[in-house]
Design a protein around this ligand. Sequence first.
Ligand SMILES: *[C@@H]1O[C@H](CO)[C@@H](O)[C@H](O)[C@H]1NC(C)=O
Ligand SMILES: *[C@@H]1O[C@H](CO)[C@@H](O)[C@H](O)[C@H]1NC(C)=O
Ligand SMILES: *[C@@H]1O[C@H](CO)[C@@H](O)[C@H](O)[C@H]1NC(C)=O
Ligand SMILES: *[C@@H]1O[C@H](CO)[C@@H](O)[C@H](O)[C@H]1NC(C)=O
Ligand SMILES: *[C@@H]1O[C@H](CO)[C@@H](O)[C@H](O)[C@H]1NC(C)=O
Length: 432
Amino acid sequence: MSNERGTVFSKHLATLLALHLALVSTIYPSIFAEDIHNESNKNFTSKSTSSASTFIEVSNASDGVDPNGYIVYCPCMGRFGNQADQFLGALAFSKSINRTLVLPAWVEYIPYKTGSIQVPFNKYFKPEAILPFHKVITMERFMVDLAPNIWPPEKRYSFCYIQRGNGKGCDAKDGNPFGPFWDNYKVDFVGSEIFGPELHYLSIYKGNGQSTWQEKYPGDTWPVLAFVGPPSGFPVESINVHLQEYLVWQDVIEKKSRDFISSLPKGPFIGIHLRNGADWSRACELVDGTQIHLFSSPQCLGYHQENGKLTSEMCYPSTTTIIKQLRRAIKKINATSVFVASDRNHLITDLNSAFQHMNVAVRKLPYDSPHVDLAILGKSNLFVGNCVSSFSAFVKRSRDVYGFASEFWGYPPDLRRIKNEIRQNELDHDEL
Ligand SMILES: *[C@@H]1O[C@H](CO)[C@@H](O)[C@H](O)[C@H]1NC(C)=O
Ligand SMILES: *[C@@H]1O[C@H](CO)[C@@H](O)[C@H](O)[C@H]1NC(C)=O
Ligand SMILES: *[C@@H]1O[C@H](CO)[C@@H](O)[C@H](O)[C@H]1NC(C)=O
Ligand SMILES: *[C@@H]1O[C@H](CO)[C@@H](O)[C@H](O)[C@H]1NC(C)=O
Ligand SMILES: *[C@@H]1O[C@H](CO)[C@@H](O)[C@H](O)[C@H]1NC(C)=O
């Protein structure tokens, strides 16, 4: 069963990378929170349990090296939303086999440029906020302080589930962002270690998978497991959703988000995410009413698909749907403004003309920063996001930490309208 799942997963890895299509785990217990409708949330107090103001190096063996070893990986799939999603699984994996997690850089792509850039993990998030859950160290510190001793160049093996690329092994540096990521740390590999099909990173959730990892790769002979991609599924397993609480924004981002919020008209505001770039409309064309899941859709449809089927309005809502749903939301919380985050079209003109008469201001950030967007959305009085999007999923998870309310476009689907459409279709056919 474990092998089967592993094979299924890796077969689709290529698809995932190419099309960003997501397969979803339906075999793990679902404890995913339902949407919480709570209008009274204005508590922006950080829930971070960490009081440390400086980043403590964690591995506290006497010489500062974790005897259980380290996990290094390239967040080589998707953009920020995907990377943050898979980070949670990687964190759970590291904790499960009790190795220190080396916090990788975020991989970013510059529009109209080839290649990628690597942004240190701690530019956006506080590593010390993760410590109450598990031992971590940034990749930058790891490479400088520890790698020369425990991971010298001749011991650098890359780990993968199955052979990839054109070679016989993991071909860890084949393609973008794979090559640029490791090059950023001047890492070359001397060989490959293929751990599948008997072992898979999802094995930790089954039987004795956890100890199998530890027995096959003990810390003393394998101090560093360097994975070609994140050792986690996508989207995040339901049991790991709550780990979002350890992703705490750096003060700079936190401050920018508060500054923006204080520039809004007095009163409650709604945060919305409009995912409508060209890549997205192409992905949503695949939604034909038969899909089980796409990308992050388990966040509203449930990990066992217990909340219905995906509709194209959920994936790419029409402007009419957006305005209708937003009008309801505005009335519900007496909102005085709407904050829009989008990867392409913020619909500012449409929304302003729709809500002017209600005295509701529609705003976006005056500069480009998806991370500040996320921080603001996380603090809104009500969030309406895209159920399919991993960017929206980041917001939803971070709000769940505080019990803040979130909704999704086109969800729950308007069953009456769908029924009418079906009836209309039948009538049309009858007339043919
Ligand atoms: C709504 O939020 C308030 C304050 O955070 C909390 O006391 C209350 O229990 C919440 N209600 C629901 C239904 O979650
Ligand atoms: C906000 O949350 C913090 C920690 O969760 C709690 O101590 C504080 O009382 C809350 N404040 C309000 C106004 O609910
Ligand atoms: C970790 O090690 C440092 C020095 O190596 C020591 O000062 C510190 O007290 C240790 N922390 C814990 C929690 O053992
Ligand atoms: C995990 O590893 C640390 C050393 O990094 C050790 O102190 C701790 O006891 C281990 N935890 C478990 C549950 O084995
Ligand atoms: C919205 O405003 C109306 C009229 O002022 C008021 O009756 C209602 O309780 C308010 N609703 C919320 C959720 O604050």
